[in-house]
Design a protein around this ligand. Structure first.
Ligand SMILES: [Zn+2]
Length: 338
């Protein structure tokens, strides 16, 4: 279906009036897609539900995440301790793609429709197409995430109501952020992070659990800490694959202390045992604002605050942070428009 984009209100009207007479060129009838065309003839933005073939292609495309996967985490994702790389579990991922049900498409369509004004605002910064992929519980242990311009609704079902809205917005943020990595230094500074070049010690790197939504560590937060200048949250796998459990059962999180000089940060810890519990660095938690417990990476903390901005969540400990996030993207979109 084709939607004309203008102001939010006119947009809603256009939605209601859409008769789907316009034959969209790409999507087949069983793959309904909403297309938002700008009144002043910029690129249209398409929302596509991937069929299993396209979903499989998206999941098996190599990218920054797949290139950074370490043997231990590959074994956990493959459920095979002998696996060592993304290639060793890519086939399992491909086979896990499902079709969305009609109910799920309707629910997602309603969320997209509700947030068309936001999508409209962000359009200069977003890819031309946003692809939705559904998978079972094999892909990333059933945890929703993103790859390139695709949102992966993992776990075999999508949530309902506000949970779906929050999930869509959180993942949309990752697509937005990935497409605008040149803004990360300024963006992550909203929660006190600054850029650095981080070389991980081998033992720590071997335990790394690479997050597809934030596969790299390029920023640290300066804090008051004996023997270090800054920290970064660091996600690691607690053990090799043991024959039991899924990805989420292996999550370990600690703060990696680093010294910081001229934009280069040198880790003080050599292995996961040297990471600090976040509660031991109160500066760190305080600077993140306390709106969300999702503190594994600045990208994730900001994603949740983006959700709070878009959903106008009230009663947060640091209400100004979602506002700052919203202002950041609004101004960036205005600059990109010009
Ligand atoms: Zn996320």
């Amino acid at each position: 279906m084709m939607l004309l984009r203008s102001s939010g209100l006119a947009l809603a009207a256009a939605l209601l009036l859409t008769g789907c007479d316009e034959p969209a060129e790409a999507p087949a009838p069983e793959e309904p897609a909403a297309e938002v065309a700008e009144t002043q003839a910029a690129e249209p933005m398409a929302f596509t539900y991937a069929d299993p073939e396209r979903g499989g292609a998206i999941l098996t495309t190599e990218d920054e995440y797949t290139s950074r996967v370490q043997p231990r985490e590959a074994g956990i994702r493959a459920k095979n301790a002998a696996a060592t790389s993304f290639q060793d579990y890519a086939v399992r991922y491909k086979a896990d793609v499902q079709d969305f049900t009609e109910e799920e498409r309707a629910a997602l369509g309603a969320v997209i429709e509700k947030h068309l004004p936001l999508l409209d605002l962000l359009m200069p910064l977003l890819p031309d197409e946003l692809v939705m992929v559904k998978t079972g519980s094999v892909v990333e242990g059933g945890l929703p995430h993103t790859r390139a311009n695709a949102i992966i609704f993992a776990g075999g079902a999508i949530p309902e109501g506000e949970n779906l809205e929050a999930l869509f917005l959180h993942e949309l943020h990752h697509v937005l952020s990935r497409a605008n990595q040149d803004l990360h230094d300024d963006y992550f500074a909203l929660i006190g992070f600054e850029p650095c070049t981080l070389e991980e010690p081998e033992d720590l790197k071997a335990a790394r659990l690479t997050n597809p939504d934030a596969p790299s560590y390029r920023h640290v937060m300066p804090v008051e800490l004996a023997g270090a200048d800054a920290v970064t949250p660091y996600l690691y796998a607690t053990s090799d694959y043991s024959g039991q459990g899924g990805l989420g059962d292996y999550f370990g999180l600690g703060l990696l202390p680093v010294t910081l000089q001229d934009g280069v940060c040198t880790p003080v810890a050599e292995a996961p045992e040297g990471l600090l519990p976040p509660g031991e660095v109160p500066d760190f938690l305080e600077r993140l604002g306390g709106n969300t417990g999702y503190i594994i990476h600045p990208e994730e903390t900001l994603a949740d605050n983006f959700v709070y901005w878009a959903m106008e969540r009230e009663g947060l400990p640091t209400p100004e942070l979602p506002e700052e996030v919203g202002t950041f993207w609004t101004e960036a979109a205005a600059r990109a428009q010009n």
